[in-house]
Design a protein around this ligand. Structure first.
Ligand code: ADP
Ligand code: MG
Length: 390
C-alpha cells in the first residue's frame, strides 16, 4: 500500500527527513518532483535541505518538541546522515513509518556492531580487533600491524582514524583518540575501492545500482567512475550479492550503500581473504551514487522516496556511462570562483551545487557529473574539467 502524493485532493502528503545536508536536499528535491511536501529537521538556521524544503523544523535531533512537530507534519520520515541519534528514530518510529529504522542505523553508527553484522552475513572483512580496554589493547595480535585504528563511532571522511605500525604507536594512537571504543584493522594492500547501493522495500524486495569505482583523496571521495568494465566483472556479482545479504539480514528498508576494498591480486591478503573485502556501510544515499541523478532512469533519491512511501521499486537502468567529480570548498578558498563558463561548455556536464554559503577546505560544496555516448567521451570531458578546476 503505497502513499502517493495526493494532488488535487485539497490535502498534501508531507515527507520528513532528519538532517539538512546535501543528501537531505537531494531527497527533498526528488520528493517534491513527485508532488510531496517536505519537512526537514536540522538545528542549523540555514542548511542545504532546509533552504529548499516547505517546512524547516529548527531543533536538536533529540528535542522532544521538534520531533513531535515533525511527526505531526509528516506521513513518513527518513534520515540523511548516519549520526542521527538512534533514540530519536525510536521515538519517531513508534508513531510513523521510519526508514531506515533505529536498529539498522544504530548498527551502522558503530563500527563494532557493523563489523559483527558483516561477519554474521558471512562477507569477508579486514582482520580486526575491538579495543575498548587496556587489556584488549595489550592482547592485540602482532599480525594486525601495520594497521589503522578507527574510533567505533562518529568517524567520517577519514576523520577519527590513525595509521599505526608498531605496538608503541598503537598505544599512543589510542591515547590520542582519548581511549574511546575503537577497532584496529589490519592495513590491506588495496588495488581499488568500490561501493554498491541498494534500495530495499517494506516487502523485502531489493533493487540495486551497478558497483561504482571510487577514488579518494585525503580520505574524502574525489571521483566516482560508473560504467561497465570499471572493475573486474567476476567481482561485480559478488559485491552486489554481499550488499543484498547485508540489507536482507538487517531487514533494512530504504537506501543502503556498502563500501568495499578490492585487494591487489597477487597479495598474500587476497590469497587468504579473497579479492573483495567489505569496509563499511552507510544507511542512506551515498556520495558515490550522485551520478544516478543524471545517468539513470531512477536516482538513489527517487528510490529513497519510493522505499519510504511503499511505491513500486524497479531495478534502475543506467542510460549513460558517468564520471562524478566532487567539488570541495578548496575551489572557493580566498575568494576564488571556479571557471563555470568553461566547465559548462563541456558536453554532458551536469553541475550540482548544494547552496552552502561558506566554503572551507574539504567541505563538500557540490559535484559535477559527466554523461556521454561512450566511456571514452565521458573520460575525456571529466579529465578536461579536472584540468580546468586545477
Ligand atoms: P570513513 O568513515 O572515514 O570513510 P573508512 O573506514 O572508509 O572511514 O576509511 C577511509 C579510507 O581509508 C578508506 O576509503 C581507505 O582508502 C582507507 N582504509 C581504511 N581501512 C583500510 C584498511 N584496513 N586497509 C587499507 N586502507 C584502508
Ligand atoms: Mg568510508
Amino acid at each position: 500500500t503505497g502513499t502517493a502524493a495526493t494532488a488535487g485532493s485539497g490535502q498534501q502528503t508531507t515527507l520528513g527527513v532528519m538532517g539538512g545536508g546535501q543528501l537531505g536536499r537531494m531527497f527533498v528535491q526528488a520528493a517534491q518532483a513527485m508532488g510531496y511536501f517536505t519537512a526537514v529537521l536540522d538545528p542549523d538556521v540555514i542548511s542545504p535541505a532546509g533552504l529548499v524544503s516547505h517546512y524547516h523544523i529548527q531543533s536538536d535531533y533529540l528535542d522532544q518538541q521538534g520531533l513531535a512537530q515533525l511527526m505531526q507534519r509528516c506521513a513518513a520520515i527518513t534520515t540523511e546522515f548516519e549520526n542521527v541519534p538512534a533514540p530519536a528514530l525510536v521515538t519517531l518510529g513508534a508513531h510513523r513509518p521510519v526508514a531506515p529504522g533505529a536498529e539498522a542505523v544504530g548498527i551502522a553508527q558503530d563500527r563494532i556492531k557493523e563489523k559483527a553484522h558483516f561477519v554474521r552475513c558471512g562477507v569477508p572483512v579486514a582482520p580486526y580487533a575491538v579495543i575498548e580496554s587496556a587489556a584488549q589493547l595489550a592482547a592485540v595480535a602482532d599480525d594486525l600491524l601495520p594497521g589503522i585504528l578507527k574510533t567505533a563511532r562518529l568517524g567520517y571522511d577519514g576523520k577519527g582514524q590513525l595509521r599505526v605500525s608498531s605496538r608503541a604507536e598503537l598505544a599512543a594512537a589510542w591515547d590520542e583518540l582519548k581511549n574511546v571504543a575503537c577497532v584496529l584493522e589490519k592495513m590491506l594492500p588495496l588495488q581499488a575501492e568500490c561501493s554498491v547501493i541498494v534500495a530495499r522495500g517494506w516487502d523485502g524486495s531489493c533493487v540495486n545500482f551497478a558497483p561504482q569505482l571510487n577514488l579518494h583523496r585525503d580520505g574524502i571521495l574525489a571521483v566516482t567512475q560508473a560504467y561497465e568494465g570499471n572493475m573486474p566483472s567476476a567481482l561485480v556479482q559478488q559485491a552486489v550479492e554481499a550488499t543484498k545479504s547485508i540489507a536482507n539480514e538487517l531487514r533494512y528498508v530504504g537506501v543502503l550503500c556498502v563500501e568495499f576494498f578490492l585487494l591487489q591480486d597477487d597479495s598474500k591478503a587476497a590469497q587468504t581473504l579473497g579479492s573483495l573485502i567489505v569496509n563499511e556501510m552507510a544507511p542512506r544515499p551515498h556520495n558515490s551514487g550522485h551520478y544516478t541523478l543524471d545517468a539513470c532512469d531512477l536516482s538513489q533519491f527517487d528510490l529513497q522516496v519510493r522505499t519510504l512511501t511503499g511505491l513500486p521499486l524497479l531495478q534502475p537502468r543506467q542510460h549513460s556511462p558517468a564520471i562524478m567529480l566532487n567539488l570541495l570548498g578548496d575551489l572557493w578558498i580566498d575568494g576564488a570562483s571556479p571557471p563555470w563558463d568553461q566547465v559548462l561548455a563541456l558536453p554532458g556536464a551536469h553541475l550540482h551545487l548544494y547552496g552552502k554559503l561558506k566554503a572551507s577546505k574539504g567541505r563538500k560544496m557540490g559535484h559535477l557529473t559527466f554523461t556521454g555516448a561512450t566511456v571514452a567521451e565521458v573520460r575525456a570531458t571529466a579529465l578536461a574539467a579536472a584540468r580546468l578546476l586545477g
